[in-house]
Design a protein around this ligand. Structure first.
Ligand SMILES: C[C@@](CO)(OP(=O)(O)O)[C@H](O)COP(=O)(O)OP(=O)(O)OC[C@H]1O[C@@H](n2ccc(N)nc2=O)[C@H](O)[C@@H]1O
Ligand SMILES: Nc1ncnc2c1ncn2[C@@H]1O[C@H](COP(=O)(O)OP(=O)(O)O)[C@@H](O)[C@H]1O
Length: 285
């Protein structure tokens, strides 16, 4: 008999992304609005009593030791002095290096799930702080609701947005985040805005011109989607998105998408699923 749990690791969109400065260590200071999506990877956790942390399935391009789910589990186990272990199965749905935060979300879902399954009882704030060591977007996914994000990803302010439908397109390329942040043509001095006042048309993704200049597939996906609704890149790319008025409109655009790209109709998600189930005990099988 061992405790187990299956959970969505939701994707995110950066509704806008401004680069407002650079720290002495080279990391960039950002302002961004992060939105959760009701779409993502699926992760299954099963507690082991022998302390081992195992990923059971293959994930192309991600050896188990480098997988953020394994690294997140190991970090929590060490930091909280846990003697139990876990078997993890990752059903990868999100394109990697897509700017949808897949790896970071997998890590955050792992922290939230194991905090419960192992009975650690760490506060959300503590899990956010732990998550920052794994990646800049992990604190947001632990926070688990739409947020204004500042600093390098650690300063979060909750934001309430009405539900929306989006079209998301993967233009079939993977963009390395480090390459884009180190580009000499990147502008790093966008004026700091008062975040709650943002309006989409007055914002942009500062990484988008750099990515479009280097990856023409991203530029052409934005051009194509712009014919249907106002299109923009998420994160450091390569995925692009547009908000549309309804599920029906989203599905119509997806149906017309050229075959060389992948497209999805997705709706927003108000809360990370583990937040909704915060009070529920882990299932025992
Ligand atoms: C810019 C965002 C917005 O969501 O892009 P996406 O990764 O989602 O596309 C993220 O904050 C990215 O976070 P993450 O993907 O975790 O980046 P990391 O692996 O920590 O960083 C990869 C590399 O990008 C650069 N980097 C990253 C984040 C940042 N604020 N400044 C940087 O200069 C650093 O050179 C770093 O070594
Ligand atoms: N569980 C995971 N899922 C996806 N990528 C992972 C995972 N663990 C480690 N990675 C590494 O993180 C990189 C960035 O992946 P991802 O988070 O999908 O991109 P992005 O930050 O652009 O959304 C991948 O190329 C991969 O090497």
């Amino acid at each position: 008999m061992s405790a187990e749990l299956s959970c969505l690791a939701p994707a995110k969109l950066n509704l806008f992304l401004h680069v407002v400065g650079r720290r002495p260590d080279g990391y960039h200071l950002l302002q961004s609005a992060f939105r959760l999506l009701d779409w993502g990877d699926r992760i299954h956790f099963r507690v082991r009593e022998d302390g081992q942390i195992l990923r059971l399935n293959e994930v192309p391009g991600v050896p188990a030791e480098q997988d953020l789910v394994v690294r997140a589990a190991r970090l929590l186990q060490t930091q909280a002095g846990v003697t139990q272990g876990v078997e993890i199965t990752v059903d990868k749905v999100l394109p990697m290096g897509g700017g949808l935060g897949g790896g970071s979300s997998d890590a955050a879902t792992t922290l939230l799930a194991l905090n419960r399954l192992w009975g650690v009882g760490a506060s959300r704030e503590r899990l956010q702080a732990l998550g920052l060591a794994l990646g800049a977007d992990v604190p947001f996914f632990v926070f688990g609701r739409d947020a204004f994000v500042e600093g390098v990803g650690e300063a979060l302010t909750a934001m309430d947005l009405p539900p929306s439908w989006y079209v998301v397109i993967a233009p079939g390329v993977s963009v390395p985040t480090a390459e884009i942040f180190s580009a000499k043509e990147l502008t790093r001095s966008t004026e700091i805005i008062r975040m709650p006042d943002f309006v989409m048309h007055a914002t942009r993704n500062d990484l988008q011109p750099v990515v479009c200049g280097r990856y023409p597939q991203v530029a052409s996906a934005i051009d194509w989607l712009n014919h249907h609704a106002s299109a923009r890149m998420t994160g450091s790319g390569a995925c692009v998105f547009a908000e549309v008025e309804s599920e029906r409109a989203a599905r119509q655009v997806v149906a017309q998408c050229p075959e060389r790209w992948q497209a999805w109709a997705v709706r927003s998600l108000a809360r990370h699923p583990l937040h909704d189930r915060a009070a529920a005990p882990a299932r025992n099988d």
